[in-house]
Design a protein around this ligand. Structure first.
Ligand code: AMP
Length: 294
């Protein structure tokens, strides 16, 4: 009989293994001992230090780490950037090979969504506001693909960035509602030294827009400072930040002060609130968020 206890981790998976077939990934998963901790990091690739911080957290906490790279067509709306979304699998693999990653799973869209695919996972209470309001169907696409990926990899822990605050809330609810035995580990936002949150979409920004993009972080800092000064009226907090963003050349998609758990907009801010915003810099839509109490 296979003896889990005498296995060393590296003897089982000597190096980074690339897997594109769903069946192969499932077979690999089935071969793991029941007691193994499996960390999963779902990504759309074009990796940066934000992604890599999740990878590092997973390799530190778990015996096995699986990173997926899949630009999920189902979460892009008509007219969005599915076709131009940056992709560089070779570079991603090179970056990942510097970490203790065991498997890179990069399925093909045709295998993930074969003809006749029709299932949708919806979490309407958390999906229709904020990013969901300007990207209808986005979180249905995210939840559906993540459920598929979780079913394929059956991780004990899934590492996600709170950069995508609403996404984390939606997926947490999905895992709970559907009794999946995967725990979400939410990791902090990794920023450039000047405060811009790292994003694969930052490559769309030209030099002028790169400076303009700082308005997201500056708007957050302004709201935090006003709140620290005792202002709790959300309209008042948001008005100043909206002006700051317009003056910097950004166009607000939304900026709200919401309850951190329910994501409902609150007229009066409290310490459990989150500042969440999406701003267009030119045609590039960027998101950011932070606790109201810095
Ligand atoms: P994406 O490739 O955009 O789907 O992101 C994959 C994962 O990386 C998600 O859990 C994101 O929240 C996370 N992520 C993206 N940007 C950052 C960042 N700047 N800091 C931390 N995590 C991030």
């Amino acid at each position: 009989m296979h003896d889990c206890h005498n296995e060393t981790r590296k003897a089982e998976t000597p190096e980074l293994k690339l897997v594109s077939s769903i069946t192969e990934m499932q077979e690999i998963r089935q071969s793991f001992c029941k007691s193994k901790s499996i960390g999963f990091v779902p990504t759309m690739g074009y990796l940066h230090q934000g992604h890599l911080s999740l990878v590092e957290a997973s390799t530190r906490a778990c015996e096995i780490t699986i990173v997926s790279i899949f630009v999920n067509p189902m979460q892009f709306g008509a007219g969005e950037d599915l076709g131009t979304y940056p992709r560089d699998l070779e570079r991603d693999i090179e970056l990942l090979s510097a970490y203790d990653v065991d498997y890179v799973f990069y399925p093909d869209a045709k295998e993930m969504y074969p003809a006749g695919f029709g299932t949708k996972v919806e979490i309407p209470a958390l999906s229709t506001g904020l990013c969901g309001a300007s990207r209808p169907g986005h979180f249905t696409g995210v939840a559906t693909v993540v459920l598929k990926l979780v079913n394929i990899t059956r991780p004990t822990q899934m590492f996600m960035g709170i950069k995508d605050f609403q996404q984390t809330a939606v997926l947490r609810a999905m895992l709970k509602d559907l009794n999946l035995q995967t725990e979400i580990i939410a990791c902090p936002i990794v920023r450039e030294p000047d405060g811009l949150a790292l994003s694969s979409r930052n490559v769309y920004l030209d030099a002028v827009q790169r400076v303009q993009a700082l308005c997201l972080h500056n708007a957050i800092k302004l709201i935090q400072a006003l709140y620290a000064d005792g202002i709790t009226d959300s309209n008042q907090l948001i008005d100043g930040a909206t002006d700051l963003i317009s003056e910097a050349g950004g166009q607000v998609d939304y900026i709200q002060i919401v309850d951190s758990t329910s994501l409902t907009e609150l007229p009066t801010a409290n310490d459990n609130c989150r500042i969440v915003l999406a701003v267009f810099i030119g045609r590039t839509r960027l998101i950011d968020n932070a606790a109201i109490r810095a």
